[in-house]
Design a protein around this ligand. Sequence first.
Ligand SMILES: Cc1cc2nc3c(=O)[nH]c(=O)nc-3n(C[C@H](O)[C@H](O)[C@H](O)COP(=O)(O)OP(=O)(O)OC[C@H]3O[C@@H](n4cnc5c(N)ncnc54)[C@H](O)[C@@H]3O)c2cc1C
Length: 341
Amino acid sequence: MRVSENILISSLTTMRLGGPARYVIEIEKPEEIPDAYEFAKTYHLPTYVLGAGANTIGHDEGFNGVIIINRIKGITDIDEYTVKAMGGENWDDVVEHVVNKNLTGIEALSKIPGLVAAAPVQNIGAYGQEVADVLTEIEVYDTKTNAFCTLSRADLKFAYRKSILNSTEKNRYFIISITMRLKEGQMPGPYYTSIEKYIADHHIADLGPKSIREIVSTIRASKLPDPKEKASSGSFFKNIYLNQTEAEKAIAKGYPVFHGKDGYKINSGWFIEQAGFAGKLLHGMRVCDTAALVLINESATSYEDLAKARNEIINKIYDKYGYWLEQEPNEIINTPIGKQS
Ligand SMILES: Cc1cc2nc3c(=O)[nH]c(=O)nc-3n(C[C@H](O)[C@H](O)[C@H](O)COP(=O)(O)OP(=O)(O)OC[C@H]3O[C@@H](n4cnc5c(N)ncnc54)[C@H](O)[C@@H]3O)c2cc1C
């Protein structure tokens, strides 16, 4: 295990904000995990588990604690359809591996930035697929019992951008690996409007995993900021999910409500656009003009700048439309010893 001191959180996260973390420990083998937690205990410091920081934001004062990062590598074909990936692998490399085997299940999740271990935490999803659709189990270290164990898909209680890992059991488990069961064939339609349009415009007949991966990669590159070039956390706000009565009310008001396999939803970006925020610069944060859910850190110098921009958007959407937007990215917050942010 590699221990470093005083590492800027801005250098570990794609939003590029946040002061120094007192310690960063990088795990290269599962047997090092208990030592990392023991290290934090010895110094009476809280811990925060980080991946590539594509869905995590740091605060200006930094973190008086230990950030632990999974750097364990490896992708293994358990059988023809089952793939196990270690948590330190880059997520998109695993998608590529699966697509090269001509298996379907995660091709629409191409190019989502981040490490494998984070994928089940918020149940990553895009263009009609979610990791929950294919995940069978994860290997974890349980910090409550100090033991290694396996959690099944049922244990994780997946929902939209949610699992026990970011709700009831937040910060309890260090994820070591994930196992997924894929299928032969192709992703069933109907596809998201942008994919359907791309297929029609380019007269594409092959809708196999490789083709969908290419289409999704092209669409994403045209809309979403590349974290290497522009600082962001991807979608900054979650979409709005409604029950049937709420959906009927929203439809009556003329809001675009979609009815998908996961229920009724409104794309929060629609409200942000309607409220006139798309393309605007707020306190150094640019509201992306091609994907209004995305806030780009163009010239923000502090977490405070980001918070002001976020609150301005949330308050205006509430005042105009009556919906509270919920922030998607996690934050690394200093907490009392023994607790985690
Ligand atoms: C440009 C851009 C586009 C994006 N597009 C999408 C998209 O289409 N769909 C989508 O769902 N997301 C999207 N995201 C968000 C992000 O890519 C995903 O949430 C991704 O899974 C984050 O991976 P990470 O390794 O960077 O996680 P981090 O931000 O480092 O961590 C995320 C969460 O996982 C936890 N975690 C990380 N590693 C472990 C571990 N080993 N054990 C336990 N907990 C752990 C952290 O504590 C934190 O709560 C996008 C982000 C960006 C910047």
